[in-house]
Design a protein around this ligand. Structure first.
Ligand code: SP5
Ligand code: ZN
Length: 347
């Protein structure tokens, strides 16, 4: 297992996210990745490397050019509004709504923050672009590593901010660039005819789903908390099966809050069966460990030891596999849980 770790992840350090009318400390912190790195030092599963730099054109395979430009320059614009802003995060507070908007892109910064986002829980900070870009580089390096007949069997992008909630031209859910989607597209571009993305984060992979919804070449599967009660709420229902040529190539497996490993694993087995029937040439696993029983913002009940079994089950697909790191907010347990998956996968 090759591991590409984001050398710049700590530059993305949000202070606060909006929750019930208050700004509360961010759950998505640099310490998350530091715990994974520390556990990997105790239990190495493979060499840890820096990724090579990413090319803009590769990011444009998934994201809108004007969205990328916005992310790259947003912090400068934010500070230019008022030098005192340098001590604050930028958070959106106004959004376009369906049926009540014009195509004209506003020049106002707050308006464009809203145009390119969908929640007030995802602060943009001084180092967000540098961290997100280097994270995407990890995902792309991992995809390259498993590509072709001489590729390694598996590679992991150990990175934050996470990616699976980010879409063509929007950030949200702590995510800016969709690392799993970038990996899947890179695998396609490197010659894989069909690629499957299996998202096991607690939250529905709404960004990834939206990116591939009309495409039959990338199967997207997500196991997650029922969006009737769980974030991101507006997508992730079982009847979302894809559209046009992509009809039948999206699968959502929502489960109720409180679900334990037995039922969760049954959903995983079904998901893996669907992946097998799709017969992909590569697999991307959007690996969130916020399914853990101790997670502070999520409500499944997986125990640390269950993550070994998750790793073994994923290995049974017998495919070149890229892991991208998504959620997981029980910070102290996060290292153990992630490394358990990778160890279980390695066998
Ligand atoms: C990648 C990922 O897992 N993103 C999840 C984003 C969830 N954002 C909304 C969380 C709201 C929960 N806030 C609880 C605060 C309790 N103090
Ligand atoms: Zn999550």
């Amino acid at each position: 297992m090759l591991i590409f770790a984001n050398p710049h992840h700590a530059q993305h350090e949000g202070r606060q996210e909006m929750f019930r009318g208050r700004l509360v400390p961010c759950h998505e912190t640099p310490s998350r990745l530091e715990h994974v790195m520390a556990e990997l030092a105790r239990r190495p599963v493979g060499p840890v490397q820096d990724p090579p730099p990413v090319e803009r054109a590769v990011l444009e395979r998934v994201h809108a050019p004007r969205y990328l430009d916005f992310l790259r320059t947003a912090w400068e614009e934010w500070v230019a509004l008022d030098p005192a802003n340098a001590a604050l995060d930028a958070l959106p507070s106004t959004w376009p709504v369906r049926g009540f908007r014009h195509d004209i892109e506003p020049s106002n910064f707050a308006a464009r923050m809203g145009l390119y986002s969908y929640d007030a829980g995802t602060p943009l900070t001084a180092g967000t672009w540098v961290a997100a870009e280097a994270g995407a580089a990890c995902a792309l390096a991992a995809a390259q590593a498993v590509s072709g007949s001489r590729g390694t069997r598996s590679a992991t992008a150990l990175t934050r901010p996470p990616g699976h909630h980010a879409g063509f031209d929007f950030f949200g859910g702590y995510c800016f660039l969709n690392n799993a989607a970038l990996a899947a597209q890179a695998l396609r571009d490197a010659g894989a005819g069909r690629v499957a993305v299996l998202d096991v984060d607690y939250h529905h992979g709404n960004g990834t789903q939206s990116l591939f919804y009309g495409r039959p070449d990338v199967l997207t599967v997500s196991i997650h908390g029922d969006p009737r009660t769980e974030y991101p709420f507006f997508l992730g229902h079982a009847d979302e099966r894809g559209k046009g040529e992509g009809l039948g190539f999206n699968l959502n497996l929502p489960l109720p809050a409180g679900t334990g490993f037995g039922e969760w694993r049954a959903a995983l087995q079904f998901a893996l069966q669907q992946v097998r029937e799709f017969a992909p040439e590569a697999l991307v696993v959007a690996l969130g460990v916020d399914t853990y029983e101790g997670d502070p913002i999520s409500r499944f009940r997986l125990a640390s030891d269950d993550y070994f079994q998750l790793g073994r089950d994923l290995a049974s697909a017998n495919l070149p596999t890229v892991f991208t790191l998504e959620g997981g907010y029980a910070v102290a347990a996060m290292g153990v849980n992630v490394v358990n998956v990778l160890e279980g996968f390695e066998g």
